[in-house]
Design a binder for this molecule. Structure first.
Ligand code: SAM
Length: 273
């Protein structure tokens, strides 16, 4: 009988963020495939787990996958871990999962820390609907296309970014999307964990002092395809929503969406309301 492939989430900073099940699975499997074996050894030593480790990262995953699949077919159980967080989310995992499916191998998620989820839940932005775009492309044309896509996105946008590229990406956000409301979720679960909220221009001015691992969240673009009530004047729309019992903030958000303008512009018109 084939072995099982476990995708095991590991901490994103605080070593306490590993589940009892993850520890048990890591103790029970035959092999652990790790993105960076030296990095993962620190966690495994901390958990007093000693197992054969196989290096499995972005640059060797296509070569290494066949060997791992053979071992799974031979009946060995394998856990895949990455440097931090949940495998296959902007990390190795997707490729071997597809191959495992082709080979009828059982795949088992072992949930735990995932940076994007923790950034989102504390962001204060809309959590009902969100769009995760991972790392933006570096290639100029592809990056430009991606920003064109982001312009149309009306859900909360979540981006991963490397610390040394944060400033460039914030500048691009300002250039393509305007002075949007963003949140930087920084150093999650670590000593310097913080959430920096505000318009992107304000945050760019503060960025010198902002260091560490970060996730960028952008408030959903207020422009909607369907211009609900757009035939009414802005004042009439305000009155209508007020009668419906919406709060001032909700009204402004709706009018901005209906008319394809920034919330701040509407807000300025109704300062005295
Ligand atoms: N698979 C991982 C996950 O989803 O949890 C993410 C791995 S991805 C290679 C690394 C990126 O995740 C970083 O560049 C950063 O944007 C984000 N990240 C990871 N750990 C973080 C932390 N502790 N605080 C803030 N962002 C973090």
């Amino acid at each position: 009988m084939s072995g099982k492939l476990y995708l095991v989430a590991t901490p994103i900073g605080n070593l306490e963020d590993i589940t009892l099940r993850a520890i048990r699975v890591l103790k029970e499997v035959d092999i652990i495939a790790a993105e960076d074996t030296r990095h993962s050894l620190k966690l495994l030593n901390h958990l007093e787990i000693s197992k054969p480790l196989i290096s499995y990262h972005r640059h060797n995953e296509e070569i290494k996958t066949d060997g791992l699949i053979e071992k799974l077919i031979d009946g060995q159980n394998i856990a895949l871990i990455t440097d931090a967080g949940t495998p296959a989310i902007s990390d190795p995992g997707e490729f071997i999962v597809k191959k495992a499916i082709e080979n009828n191998i059982e795949i088992i998620p072992v949930p735990g820390a995932c940076a994007l989820v923790n950034a989102l839940i504390c962001s204060g932005l809309d959590t009902k609907e969100f769009a995760f775009y991972g790392f933006l492309p570096i290639n100029k044309k592809l990056r430009n296309n991606k920003f064109e896509e982001l312009k149309k996105e009306n859900k909360t946008i979540i981006l991963y970014e490397a610390p040394h590229k944060i400033v460039a990406t914030l500048n691009d956000i300002y250039k393509y999307l305007g002075d949007v409301n963003i949140v930087l979720a920084r150093e999650l679960t670590k000593i310097h964990e913080s959430f920096i909220r505000g318009n992107v221009s304000k945050i760019i001015n503060e960025i010198d002092q902002i260091k560490g691992e970060m996730i960028i969240l952008i408030e959903g673009n207020a422009i909607e395809e369907v211009n609900e009530n757009a035939e009414l004047s802005i004042e009439e729309q305000y009155e209508l929503y007020e009668k419906q019992g919406l709060s001032k903030n909700e009204i402004i958000k709706k009018i901005a969406k209906n008319n394809g303008v920034k919330k701040n512009d509407i807000y300025m018109q109704f300062l005295d309301k």
